[in-house]
Every structure is written in C-alpha cells, then in structure tokens.
Write a protein that binds this ligand. Structure first.
Ligand SMILES: [Zn+2]
Length: 342
C-alpha cells in the first residue's frame, strides 16, 4: 500500500507554509468523502483511525478500504495515522497493519483516562519512536491534556502545555510532531461562547514554535462546530445544545506559527448526522440506505473541502515525489531521530 509518511507530508507543509487536516474515519462513506475532497482540491491528506474506529470497522476492513483509496487516487499523498495510541503495543499493531504514522499519547496512562506523569510520557513515547523510526513510520506525541472525552479517550481536565517542558520532551523522545494543549476539547461541546485568542492560549503555540522550529505542531479538538450544521440537526428533530468550536481563523493563525496537522472529527459527524436526519424527514417512505448515505457523504465532502482550502493544503498534492517508508527509515538511521525539516 503506497501510503506516504506523515513526516514527509508535514515537512512539505512546513516548507509551503500550510496546514494539513487529519480527518477521522470509521467507515466507507467517510473515506470516500475525504478522498473525493482531496481529489477535488488536489490536496495531500491525513486519514486517521482511533482505537475505537479500528474496533468498529475491524482492522482488515480498514486496511483494505485504505488500500482501495490509494489505488483509486494514486496522485494524492495519503497518510494513515493511528489517533491516540494508548500504549506501545497499540502503536506496534498499527505499524504491523501498515499505518505510516502513529500517535503515542503518553499524556494519559494506558486506560486513556488518567493523566500520565512527565517521566511516564517520555518513556513510552521514546519507546515508540525507537520502534517506529526503524520502519520509517512517523510519531506524534502529546504534552498537556485536552478537555472533553471522545471515543472513551480523555481525562476531561485541561492542562495547558508548558513550552519549556515541550523542549525537554522533544529532545528526550525524538518525536516528529507534537500535539499541544491550548485549551481546546474533544467533542462538540468545546466552548460555551465564541473563544478569543486568550481563551485559546494561542501564545503557547507561538512560544513552542520559536523554541522548536523543526517540530511539527498538532492541534487536536479542532473542529469548528459550525452553527449551520448544528441547526440542520436541530431543525430535523435533533437536540444539540448551543456550542462553539475552534474558529477557522484561529487555526489559520496557528498555521502561521508551526501548526501543521489539524485534527477534525466532530464537524464530519455533525454534517453527516444533519444530512441523514434531513433526508429521512423529507422522505419518510424511503428506506434505501443510499437515499440518506449519499447526502451524508456529500455533506462531509463539502466540510472537508472547505477545511482543505482554509488550512492551505489545497493545490499541493503534486508538489513532491513520494518517499517510501524505507527511504524514511534510512534517513532516520543516518540523521538520527531529530531530522531537520528540509
Ligand atoms: Zn485528539
């Protein structure tokens, strides 16, 4: 499966000064929506699966759906990333399956709920870096914790990332990408009013980027939770309370300061649920699942397309030759874990 490594994709994003959306998947329609949007906008893209997604879809189904994506869209640089690996074993199973990037989230202990201490985080992340880089696979770590709980992951408490500690963490682990906590949360209920730059602690991103210019920064919990998507759900019988996500313009500020990977999950969930509710309400006699899965897929594609354009990845699919996992493994063995972003 000629997937590309996340390291190469983010290095190129860094050179081009743009961000890349990382979209979560569980099923066929989500993968199709993301790939069609990538094709439409000529974008490199990251598809990620959580542990919950791997369990829901089954690893073998997921693998072959992704293989189909690389066959049907050979010109799109595509990364398959493990979202929130809870242990080195989970990351290893992803690498064995063919993932080209893994997140070792040592900010939480193996239960995915209890915050892990700094030394624990360094130790498990370092272990994954040693194992992954040998195969050319990229590693994302996380320092600090986000609010909210999604797919059973999260402590529910916010601990903002400390920039000095971030430097020590990256030096001791050799991670390629670092997820930072700046006050966002997983899920739909991130903020009770529109967040400003202070609420979002954007200065943390700027400070970390100044100290770690070669480390790609990752924003989790970065759905924008557009009101128009929430409104469609509520108009057709849903009950989503008033809520705010991360404004796209704040993400664009982050991209100016080293944010290269932006995780988006909730917005696709909202788009598909609204489209399905609307289709079912408008034609209650219809019972062909395609009658609601098609508009759901189109609604997700529209969201992904808009994010790709806003993050800046649109138009960049053909900028570079794809490196193989072996090429990347050779780079790590020659240059060490901390590659320069060249
Ligand atoms: Zn996350």
């Amino acid at each position: 499966m000629p997937l590309v490594t996340m390291r190469q994709l983010l290095d190129e994003a860094s050179k081009g000064g743009y961000g890349v959306g990382a979209f979560n998947v569980n099923n066929l329609e989500q993968i199709q929506a993301i790939m069609e949007a990538a094709q439409e906008t000529n974008s490199p893209v990251i598809i990620q699966a959580s542990r919950g997604a791997r369990k829901y879809a089954n690893d073998r189904f997921l693998y072959h759906l992704m293989e189909a994506a690389t066959e049907i869209y050979p010109d799109i640089p595509l990364v398959l990333h493990q979202d929130h690996g809870n242990s080195p074993e989970t990351c290893k199973s992803a690498i064995d399956l063919g993932f080209t990037s893994v997140m070792m989230d040592g900010s939480l202990q193996e239960d995915g709920k209890t915050p892990g201490d700094f030394e624990y985080n360094v130790q498990v992340t370092r272990e994954v870096v040693e194992m992954a880089h040998e195969h050319g696979v990229t590693v994302e770590g996380e320092l600090g914790t986000l609010g909210g709980i999604e797919d059973g992951v999260g402590s529910g408490e916010v601990n903002l990332t400390d920039p000095d500690q971030a430097v020590e963490f990256v030096e001791r682990t050799g991670v390629d990408a670092l997820a930072v906590a700046i006050g966002t949360s997983h899920g739909a209920y991130k903020f009770t009013k529109e967040p400003d730059r202070e609420v979002l602690a954007m200065h943390i991103i700027e400070e970390i980027n100044k100290r770690l210019p070669n480390t790609h920064l990752v924003m989790h919990g970065s759905s924008s939770v557009p009101k128009e998507l929430v409104d469609i759900i509520n108009e057709y019988g849903g009950k989503i309370e008033p809520t705010w996500g991360v404004p796209v313009k704040e993400i664009q500020e982050g991209v100016k300061h080293g944010v290269r990977k932006i995780n988006v999950d909730t917005d696709l969930r909202l788009a598909s649920t609204g489209a399905i509710r609307k289709a079912l309400a408008e034609d209650p006699a219809e019972f062909d699942p395609r009658s609601y899965n098609k508009p759901a897929r189109a609604a997700m594609q529209a969201v992904v397309k808009a994010r790709m354009e806003a993050f800046g990845q649109a138009g960049h699919a053909g900028d570079y030759e794809k490196m193989s996992l072996q090429d990347m493994a050779d780079r790590y063995s020659k240059e060490g874990h901390e590659l320069a972003t060249s």
